[in-house]
Structure formats: C-alpha cells, structure tokens
Design a protein around this ligand. Structure first.
Ligand SMILES: Nc1ncnc2c1ncn2[C@@H]1O[C@H](COP(=O)(O)OP(=O)(O)OP(=O)(O)O)[C@@H](O)[C@H]1O
Length: 526
C-alpha cells in the first residue's frame, strides 16, 4: 500500500499544484499494481503549511480503498453534495475524485458508470474549469501588480539620479542606495523572470489540463453512451426473457393440466385393471381348484395306467419271446435260401442243357419291295423246326430238301418272337455259363436286321443284341444286393475268314490277334 499526503488550500501555489499533478500521474501508474489511498486535507489558508498533518471531515469523505464498489462512491459523492462541500473542496481533492472514478471504471472493465456518478463527475469537472480560469485571472492581476511596482521603482531610480548631482557624500550615499536598489531590481527581475517562467509553465499545464478534461469528457460521454446502450440491451433482453418466461409458464401450465389429466386416466385405468385382475384371480382360483380335482383323477388314472403298463409289459415280453422263435425260423430259412437258390440255378441251366447246348434257329427273310413272291423256294415251314426248300433246277427226289432246326421263324415273325427263344440263355450267362449267339447267312439274308434291328429308337425294332444287353443289365440290377457283376463288351467282325475289332480306334490294330480256330465269339462275358 502507498500512502500519499497532499496538503492543500485555496491559495495553493502553482508550484504545489504542478507537483500534485505529477504525483497524480505516478499514483495512476502505481494504482494498477498496488492499493492506493489518497488523503486530502482541507486546511484553511491561515494554517496551511507543508508540514502540517492531514485530518478533516472532507478527507474522510474521499478516503477510499482500491476495490470499493461504484455505488459506494456514488453515495459518498452525494453526501459531499449535500454538505455543499464541493465549492469548499481543494482542487487536488476534485482531481482525485475524477481520477478515482476513472480507476473504478477501469477496474469494472465493462466501462459502465452509474448515472449519478457521471453527473457528479460532470459537476467536479466544471468546478475544476472554473478554478483554473480563476487562477489564470489571479496570475494576470499579479503580473499587473508587478508591472506597477516596477514603474514605481523606475521613478525612484530617476529621482535618485537627479539627486546624485548633489554633494559627493550625498552622492556616495545615493550611489550606495542606488547600488542597493539595483541589487533589489535585479532580484525583482529575477523573481519576475521566475514568475514568468511559472506563468508559462502554468499556461502549458492549463492547456494540458484542458486537453485532459476534454479527453475525460469524451471518455465520460463514451462511457455514458455505452452505459445507455447496455441498459437498453438489458431492458430489451429482460423484456424478451419476460415474454419467453410467460410463454414457458403457459406451456408448463398446459403440461401440468395434461399431466393431471393423464394421472386421472391412469388412476381410472389402474382401477379397472385392478377389478379385472381381481376377477381373473377369482377365476384362476376356481381353475386351480378344478385342476386340483383333475390332478387327483389323473393320479388315479396314472395308477390304473401303471397297472396296465405292467400287464402290457408282460404281454410284450411273451410276444417278444414268440417273435424270437419265429425269427429264428426265418433266420434258418434265410440261411437255406442261398442253397435253394443255387439248386434252382442248377436246375434251370440243366433244363437249358436239355434243350440243347447248341441251338440253331432259321429265320426266313420276307421279300424285299420289288421282288416277286412267285419265286419263293420255301415250300413248307413246320412248327417243330422243319423247313422244306424247293430246288427247281433238279428233278425228282432231289427237287425237295428237308432241313431240321430247333425252330424256324417265318417271314412274318417279329423281333420279339425271335428273341423269346434266346432270352433264357441270358440268365444262364449271369449264372456263370458261357453263351454265344451269332448269325450266319449269305449277303442280304437279314443278319444285321435280326441281330441289331432296323432302328434303335423304337424298342419294337430292337434286335437280339439290344434285347440281350437290356435283359443282362436288368437281371444284374435285380441281383445287385447279393451279387456284383462286371460287364465288358467286344464287337468283332469276321469277314473273309479274318476277325476285326470294330471298337478299336487304331486302324493297324483292327485285325483281331486270335486265330479263328481259338475264337469263341462271345458277345457277353461274365
Ligand atoms: N425279317 C425281315 N423283314 C424285313 N426286311 C428284312 C428282314 N430281314 C432282312 N430284311 C431286309 O433285307 C435287306 C438285307 O438285310 P441285311 O442287311 O440284314 O442283310 P445281311 O445279311 O446283314 O447282309 P450283309 O451280309 O451284306 O451285311 C435289308 O434291307 C433288310 O431291311
């Protein structure tokens, strides 16, 4: 804390005023970092000396601490106005007031100065202006006073110079007086010079003060405007807030009414629910009672069922025993099945053997379109394989020849009829017997027709080969659970006593490597 003691009075000299202002600047600087206390002294002119201690009511009024509230200052200023002490206050104290107001404004940062303080500051500034002009007037008066004194001294000098023309003694005395007067004049001139300097300095300081006052006025104006704007904004904001709050209150009231309504509805709802649940409880209790009765019945039924199950168990055990016995018979029968099957096969193939190991069938081709039926050489076809052929080039007994076959198929025989006699041999193949079916005859006699058929697309036209293979796969498929067959196919041609492999892609290997004497033309192989 820095304490500054200023002792002031109405006749405070210019030197004292300037020193105070310099101190004021220093304090303005210190006040930014330290708490500053001003103590103004209101001593009367008669008792004013620089060594006197401060201590009057007015100093107490203006004594304030850094950090006081603006309202507090305003109250103090009002007090000052009431006491009519503004006019009796010293200039230093008035400057201090202005300074304090500015410091308060800086501390507040928002630049707001209450209206009351602003009006007081305005009065203080006016008072300062008045006093400065009064000081300038006093200065002018003093200068005029000094001027008249100087004129008087000039007159005295001239009178003394006139007297110097008198006696030497008188002259010496006069000279001494003159010397004395000259010294005094020099002193007065020096004093005058100092005063003029002071006057100039005071004028300059007055100009500075006027500048400061105008800047202070500007700041005050600005602060006032800012304050008014802020106040306006605050009022607007307050109005808006009030409107919003009123709106909000209305909304809340509506919500409250809704909530009350909902609460009422919920209460009604819970009441009805309670009644429903009560009824349900009653129903469930009844249901539980009936269920309990049913449970008792079920227990009895369960006991009865237990007895039944025990009985059934016993019956089941007997039946399982009988079933086991039957099954045993079946197992024995199944074990004999393969033996029986084998016997069956053997018998079947023996029948085939009895029919003949080598069977020869004859098929008579019908006349081709354009051939005359009158030229036929077939005289008779018997049911037991007889065939009588006419030889018109011979006479007598040799003109007829009788041939005997296992069977002779006439020109009207179908493909199916021809295959029917061959079919049993296919089953013998799958029983492990070798079977060979081949066609023999001159060119154009119908070998291909009989073995392959005129068309593959129609099943009726299928020849012996297709039908035999079809049977082979059907029987092997039906026996697949007990026997696995492997089927291979060869296709050979015997032409000019040469055997050719018709399925070979290699033309060089087409000739079959077997000698004809070893050839067993088997079409199907087990
Ligand atoms: N049973 C039949 N019914 C009707 N037409 C037949 C019958 N047999 C053979 N043909 C006809 O006779 C002609 C000769 O028959 P196919 O080609 O089968 O004789 P091929 O003995 O095979 O002769 P190649 O030895 O020259 O091959 C064919 O046009 C065939 O359609």
């Amino acid at each position: 804390m820095v304490d500054v003691f200023l002792i002031g009075n109405e006749d405070w000299c210019f030197y004292g005023l300037s020193r105070f202002l310099r101190l004021l600047h220093c304090v303005h600087y210190w006040s930014r970092s330290a708490s500053v206390k001003f103590i103004m002294n209101m001593q009367s002119e008669a008792h004013a000396t620089e060594n006197e201690q401060p201590g009057s009511n007015f100093s107490d009024v203006f004594q304030t601490k850094h950090g006081y509230q603006g309202d507090f200052l305003a109250s103090k200023f009002s007090e000052l106005m009431k006491l009519e002490s503004l006019e009796s206050a010293t200039s230093q104290s008035l400057f201090s007031v202005v300074k304090r107001v500015l410091e308060e404004s800086i501390e507040r940062k928002n630049g707001n100065i209450p209206q009351r303080v602003a009006s007081v500051v305005k009065l203080v500034v006016q008072e300062i202006e008045h006093r400065v002009s009064k000081q300038a007037e006093n200065m002018r008066k003093q200068r005029n006073l000094y001027k008249s004194r100087e004129d008087r001294y000039q007159l005295k000098i001239r009178a003394l110079e006139t007297l110097a023309t008198g006696t030497t003694e008188e002259n010496e005395i006069v000279m001494k007086q003159l010397q004395h007067i000259k010294i005094e004049k020099a002193k007065i001139e020096e004093k005058k010079k100092l005063e003029e300097n002071d006057l100039n300095r005071l004028r300059k300081e007055k100009d500075d003060y006027e500048t400061q006052i105008s800047s202070l006025k500007q700041e005050l104006k600005l602060a006032k405007r800012t304050y008014e704007e802020n106040q306006l904004q605050l009022e607007t904001h307050a109005k808006e807030t009030k409107v919003q709050l009123e709106k909000r209150i209305l909304e809340l009231e509506c919500l409250l009414a809704d909530s009350r309504k909902k609460v009422k509805e919920l209460e009604d709802f819970s009441e009805s629910k309670f009644l429903i649940w009560k009824r349900k409880e009653h129903r469930y209790m009844h249901f539980i009672d009936s269920q309990f009765g049913s449970l008792q019945e079920l227990r009895l039924a369960s006991e009865y069922l237990k007895q039944e199950v025990l009985k059934t168990k016993e019956i089941y055990a007997d039946e399982v025993h009988h079933f086991g016995l039957n099954l045993k018979g079946l197992v024995d029968a199944a074990q004999n099945y393969h033996t029986v099957l084998e016997e069956n096969r053997k018998l079947y193939n023996e029948v085939q053997d009895l029919k003949g190991n080598i069977r020869v069938y004859c098929r008579v081709r019908p006349f081709l379109p354009g051939q005359s039926e009158k030229n036929t050489t077939i005289q008779y076809i018997g049911d037991s394989g007889e065939l009588v052929v006419i030889n018109p080039s011979k006479q007598g007994k040799d003109s007829h020849r009788l041939f005997k076959f296992n069977k002779v198929f006439g020109p009207a025989a179908t493909q199916e009829e021809v295959f029917r006699d061959t079919q049993p041999l296919i089953r013998s193949v799958l029983d492990g017997y070798n079977v060979c079916i081949f066609a023999y005859g001159q060119t154009g006699s119908g070998k291909t027709y009989t073995m392959t058929g005129p068309s593959v697309t129609s099943v009726q036209d299928w020849g012996v080969n297709y039908r035999a293979l079809n049977d082979l796969f059907n029987i092997s498929q039906s026996r697949k659970s007990s026997i696995a067959y492997e089927v291979g196919v060869q296709m050979v041609e015997i032409y000019n006593e040469q055997v050719r492999d018709l399925l070979s892609n290699d033309s060089c290997q087409k000739r079959y490597p077997l000698e004809i004497s070893f050839m067993t033309p088997c079409l199907m192989k087990h």
